[in-house]
Structures are given as structure tokens and as C-alpha cells.
Design a protein around this ligand. Structure first.
Ligand code: SF4
Ligand code: SF4
Length: 177
């Protein structure tokens, strides 16, 4: 499915459906791969066609996906790979997926192009709200550009600590597109 411009999105909020952790493969950088296998063992990652990825469990879900009632949470939380942190958005320097004018996002005097994978269930379509445009989206852009690591508005609001999740793996599709 072709990504759409961010201007079609009214807002975004992760509903912890876990779809993106089931239907996609997570491509890792070399550093991410090394950190994961050092911490969780070689069974947590694998290499396929020269791409380093997070392993899947027998049910084809991500190795780190952790069911929590009717929700699904990431066992890595704040140490999840960058591809997961910026999903479902794609931040690129050129209008790679077309719609250049609509995809344009001016971030601190720099022209960027922001697209969205419509498969995410947390999207609300419509005219972007100010909160989405000026608070949520900039955080995704900063994570994509390695300007920040921590996430506040660009991740699920679930509080894993208060809900006593067994976050068994805490040191750290093709989601990158
Ligand atoms: S990012 Fe989207 S697809 Fe992934 S768990 Fe959240 S709502 Fe579901
Ligand atoms: S690392 Fe976390 S966010 Fe990424 S696919 Fe696995 S469970 Fe989902």
C-alpha cells in the first residue's frame, strides 16, 4: 500500500493493537543487531539477504511482542529499534513517494517530506490538528533524524510499570519502507 502525505492525517495515537509487530519484519542497523544479540542471545535476531532483523516467534510475531490483556506491548520499550520508533511515519529528504507539496514539512528551516503507512490502526484521517502537526510529528522527525532517542508523544501511552508487565527483554516489517 502506497504511503500517503502527513497532511491527510488528523492525528495519531497508538492503540496497542500489535499489528505492526506481527505483519512486518524489523530491519536493524548493525549496532542495534549487536546490542540485541549480546543482550538476548542469537535467537533474538537473524540475517536474511544481507539484512539484519529481529527474529519472529513460532506464531510469526516479533520476538519481543508481549501480550497484555487485549493489548500488545513491546518488550523492548524505550530501547526498541529506530524502525519501530518511527513507524508508521517515513521521514525522507526527497519526495520519494510523490505528492511533494502535500508531503512537505518544514522543520527548523529544513524541507523534509513526511509520509504515513495507512496500515496503522492508530491513524485518524482528516485535517491535521495543531497537536499532531506541532507536537507529535516533530517528535517522529527528531527520532528519525537521530536528534532524540526518548519518546513521549510518538509512542503508546501505556504505562507498563503500573500495569506490572513482564517486560522480559529490556535493553533494547520491513518497517522502514
Ligand atoms: S503503531 Fe499502529 S499498528 Fe502498531 S500497534 Fe500502534 S496502532 Fe497498532
Ligand atoms: S521490537 Fe517492539 S515495537 Fe518493534 S516489532 Fe518488536 S515488539 Fe513491536
Amino acid at each position: 500500500m502506497k504511503p500517503v502525505s502527513w497532511r491527510h492525517i488528523q492525528s495519531w495515537s497508538c492503540i496497542e493493537c500489535g499489528m505492526c509487530c506481527k505483519d512486518y519484519k524489523v530491519v536493524l542497523s548493525v549496532d542495534e543487531y549487536v546490542n540485541i544479540v549480546k543482550t538476548y542471545g542469537f535467537e533474538a535476531g537473524y540475517s536474511q539477504r544481507n539484512r539484519l532483523q529481529i527474529a519472529k516467534k513460532g506464531d510469526d510475531t516479533c520476538y519481543f511482542l508481549t501480550p497484555l490483556g487485549s493489548s500488545c506491548v513491546c518488550g523492548l520499550q524505550y530501547k526498541k529499534p529506530k524502525a519501530c520508533k518511527i513507524w508508521p511515519f517515513k521521514v525522507v529528504a526527497t519526495p520519494k513517494y510523490g505528492m511533494a507539496e502535500q508531503a512537505l514539512y518544514r522543520y527548523k528551516n529544513k524541507d523534509l517530506y513526511v509520509y504515513v503507512d495507512m496500515a496503522c490502526s492508530g491513524l485518524t484521517f482528516g485535517t491535521p490538528t495543531d497537536d499532531f502537526k506541532y507536537r507529535i510529528l516533530p517528535e517522529f522527525i527528531e527520532v528519525a533524524a537521530d536528534l532524540r532517542d526518548t519518546q513521549v508523544h510518538s509512542t503508546s501511552k501505556i504505562n507498563v510499570n503500573s500495569r506490572r508487565v513482564d517486560v522480559k527483554k529490556v535493553d533494547f516489517k520491513d518497517k522502514t519502507g
